[in-house]
Design a protein around this ligand. Structure first.
Ligand code: 5CA
Ligand code: ZN
Length: 426
């Protein structure tokens, strides 16, 4: 699948250092990315209906900070993202609105691409939908069957499930009283008759009338078969797409905190079963954006769309500043007032950077350039410390407040804001 257009990222003087993030599995801060070479990042992509709301935008802009910090540290970034382009809610929406599910997905992916471009989010190098990845998904399922880690339930719909007990570590330390309701809320079916364990996730859903289907991987010989046609379960898709693009033991698996369970542990368990290596070294989860006291979600319909804000006259860079004003791990609520404040902040920064030169007494004065160089370091330090964008924004505020119009200093500050925060002021 085509990703979206990349914006240029200018190189800044010097180099950023290692970045520490909070790993939600070990619940510890840890440095992520190699010292040299290529950092490998997987971000769970959209299910293409009702995109792109501010919650999605917050998650991808937050992940974009990690991408930019790694680039600033001189690393290459191998970035992969999926599209869940066949899934229950997508099919349900298509059926309810009388639109072909493929057309719905295509239109929403187009919208997502243009929103990501407007927000200056750097694109993934590998952007793959599930439909176009069916070969690797069924190959992974075949391998899981061969290893005895999945099983078929009896009955009218002979679906396949991954056995969580096949991974001895999976259930260790889990509290089923907490996990089961979350599993049920997020696409799981704990009470499906015939399952070995309530937490076992669906791996292959046998064809139902009227649903799209593909040849089955179930004949365990490695060749697809038209017997038992169906479609894959959600977690095994991301496991297969990530492994294909990045290999095992990549640096960071990222997504919103609603993927912290069961999605990411289920992806990891299935991938690890086959590779014998860790799936990812660290798991990064962004907070949830809400509206009127509830998480912004497609199912609740309480959505603020990026393209609608832009159509109503918001500058995409003001939207980006609104998102960056919240630490990536915090849950927060959208308000029009906060967006207006972000637009004012953008205006102040633009005045300090773009309108520089007219009032400066001295061009390239050592103190002014030194202050801008200090700003570069302050942004770097803030982002290296668990991607602390709000602190970085406060540093730019302070710089802009005291800026004296020196064009050389302003140019450096503007480049830093662009390269590290992704906010274009020119
Ligand atoms: N296709 C799956 C991932 S494989 C999925 O969760 N799609 S999604 O369209 O529902 O969400 C896309 C990304 O946005 C996910 O990382 C999700 O965690 C994140 N997200 C969804 N709602 C919000 C929200 N209200 N606030 C912050 N992030 C959100
Ligand atoms: Zn995913």
């Amino acid at each position: 699948m085509r990703a979206w257009r990349a914006v240029e990222v200018t190189r800044l003087p010097g180099k950023g250092g290692p970045v520490v993030v909070f790993d939600s599995v070990t619940k510890q801060r840890m440095a992520v990315g190699p010292a040299t070479g290529t950092a490998r990042l997987y971000a769970c992509g959209i299910t293409p209906y009702d995109a792109t709301h501010l919650g999605h935008a917050f998650t991808y802009v937050s992940i974009d900070l990690l991408h930019r910090v790694w680039l600033d540290a001189g690393l290459e970034v191998g970035y992969a993202q999926n599209i869940t382009d066949v899934d229950d809610p997508l099919l349900e929406r298509a059926a309810a609105t009388g639109v072909d599910w493929r057309e719905l997905a295509t239109a929403q992916i187009d919208l997502f691409r243009s929103d990501m471009e407007a927000l200056r989010v750097l694109p993934p190098g590998s952007y793959r939908g599930v439909v176009e990845s069916m070969g690797e998904v069924t190959a992974l399922i075949t391998e899981l069957i061969r290893r005895g880690a999945v099983y078929q339930v009896a009955g009218e719909h002979p679906d396949w499930y991954f056995s969580v007990e096949s991974d001895p570590a999976f259930l260790a330390g889990r509290d089923l009283a907490v996990d089961l309701p979350v599993f049920a809320e997020r696409g799981g079916d704990p009470d499906r008759p015939g399952k070995r364990h309530k937490l076992d996730p669906l791996v292959w859903r046998a064809e139902r009338p009227g649903e799209p289907s593909w040849d089955s991987p179930v004949n365990a010989t490695g060749s697809a078969t038209s017997e038992g046609r169906g479609r894959p379960g959600w977690h095994v898709e991301c496991a297969a797409i990530a492994l294909k693009a990045l290999g095992a033991d990549f640096d960071v698996q990222a997504g919103g905190s609603d993927l912290a369970f069961p999605h990411h542990p289920m992806c990891a368990a299935q991938a690890e079963q086959v590779t014998g290596q860790p799936f990812a070294k660290a798991y990064l989860h962004t907070g949830m954006v809400g509206l009127d006291g509830e998480k912004m979600s497609k199912s609740k319909g309480n959505l603020i769309f990026v393209h609608k804000l832009i159509a109503a006259g918001s500058d995409p860079m003001a939207i980006r500043l609104l998102l960056l004003d919240h630490h990536y791990r915090s849950d927060w609520e959208y308000s029009a007032d906060a967006l207006a404040a972000a637009a004012q902040r953008l205006e102040r920064w633009r005045n300090a950077v773009v309108n520089a030169g007219s009032t400066a007494a001295v061009h390239g004065s050592p103190t002014a350039v030194q202050r801008a160089a200090q700003l570069v370091e302050d942004i770097r330090t803030a982002l290296a410390d668990d991607l602390d964008a709000p602190t970085a924004l406060a540093a730019v505020d302070e710089w802009a407040e005291a800026a004296n119009g020196d064009p050389k200093a302003a140019a450096l500050a503007g480049r830093a804001v662009d390269a590290l925060l992704g906010v274009h002021l020119g």
